[in-house]
Design a protein around this ligand. Structure first.
Ligand code: GRF
Length: 201
């Protein structure tokens, strides 16, 4: 069984969806660790409730991003973590971290990449006025929100959508798509060739 570490800075609804999918046997993996950069993250409460080890790592305790990530990578190796799942982790991952876990770090983004990169995807979608948006799961590289795309799913943006209503539909799409992508990953079914990700039958 592969070991996952899930990184979350906030509410952790995606973490919860992954916990539930593991419990139901839809994702055949072990969530070995939850990591947060925010001491108040609700995701830490979710981890505790689920009996999963969790760790808060305070960015202020480190001189720079690489020092922070070196500390984390050391812990990940100690815990024999196979894959890193970013689920609303609001920090940029250093090149060092990306190299250590090449093609083993994934992220979920609340828009159809390469459109609407960055931390305000849902707001940017509404401001731009696109009619279709969605969700993207991708590998993490040193290009922000720019790694090879694993899975995407689309949804219609409604004329009367607000950030709240659109976020609600985006999140329910995320909660289905992320466990699917993680399951493919831990089963060794994903192959990266250049920018493309192939799913082995
Ligand atoms: C999600 O919308 C995800 O796409 C983005 O951050 C949000 C995290 O939500 N990267 P939650 O903490 O999982 O509820």
């Amino acid at each position: 069984m592969k070991n996952l570490a899930v990184f979350s800075s906030g509410f952790g609804s995606n973490l919860q969806a992954i916990i539930n999918a593991v419990k139901k046997g839809k994702v055949k993996a072990n969530i070995a660790l939850v990591i947060s950069d925010n001491v108040d993250a609700y995701s830490l409460v979710r981890a505790k409730r689920a009996g999963i080890d969790f760790l808060y790592v305070d960015p202020d305790d480190f001189n720079d991003r690489t020092c922070y990530d070196k500390f984390i990578v050391k812990r990940l190796k100690k815990e024999k973590i196979d894959y890193v799942v970013l689920a609303g982790f609001m920090r940029i991952i250093s090149d060092y971290f990306v190299r250590q876990y090449k093609n083993r770090i994934i992220n979920i983004h609340p828009a159809l990449l390469p459109s609407f990169k960055g931390t305000q995807g849902i707001k940017d979608v509404l401001d731009y006025g696109v009619k279709v948006s969605g969700v993207t799961v991708h590998f993490v590289t040193n290009i922000l929100d720019g790694g090879p795309v694993i899975l995407q799913n689309a949804l219609a943006v409604k004329d009367d959508d607000t950030e709240v209503s659109l976020a609600e539909r985006v999140h329910s799409l995320e909660h289905k798509l992320y466990p699917q992508a993680i399951d493919l990953l831990v089963r060794g079914r994903l192959f990266v060739k250049g920018r493309k990700v192939f799913v082995k039958k």
